[in-house]
Ligand binder design. Structure first.
Ligand code: 5GP
Length: 128
């Protein structure tokens, strides 16, 4: 079963292209399960994206379809990246946008890591 919440995986999405080395990225970590690189449009002094190596559209797809090894490897990489970036002492936020209501723009599952300042409200107030 493949649960996506999004259309089928699009292998031309920008993160798939980064994984294939077709688009450059400022890489901070790579292992068998994950690639981490700086966001092109940072929203905090540290803003890094961590993506699984597998072709998963979203958090929904990843948690339904990835193997236990892929899930464990991915989350261990997220923790290692935050640690290696020196964010543990001051703290950091991890966030994953899922689907339309979540505001997901790139249809390859990814986690944002924000740090380097107080990140502020967990969710902005809805606009009136
Ligand atoms: P989403 O809204 O899907 O959670 O976040 C997608 C993120 O990908 C955005 O923060 C955006 O700045 C980042 N992004 C989009 N295209 C590129 C790119 O080509 N390179 C990098 N490094 N980040 C990108």
């Amino acid at each position: 079963m493949r649960v996506t919440g999004l259309p089928p995986y699009d292998p031309t999405n920008v993160f798939a292209r980064i994984l294939r080395g077709e688009i450059p990225s400022k890489k901070v970590h790579e292992d068998d399960f994950a690639l981490a690189f700086h966001d092109i449009n940072p929203q905090a002094p540290v803003h890094v994206l961590v993506i699984p190596k597998g072709a998963y559209c979203s958090h929904a797809d990843f948690t339904a379809s990835a193997t236990d090894a892929e899930i464990a490897g991915f989350w261990r990489a997220v923790g290692k990246v935050a640690r290696d970036l020196g964010l543990e002492a001051g703290g950091y936020r991890i966030l994953s946008n899922m689907g339309e209501d979540g505001g997901q723009e790139v249809p390859h599952f990814h986690v944002h890591i924000f740090g380097g300042r107080r990140i502020g409200r967990m969710v902005p107030r809805a606009e009136a």
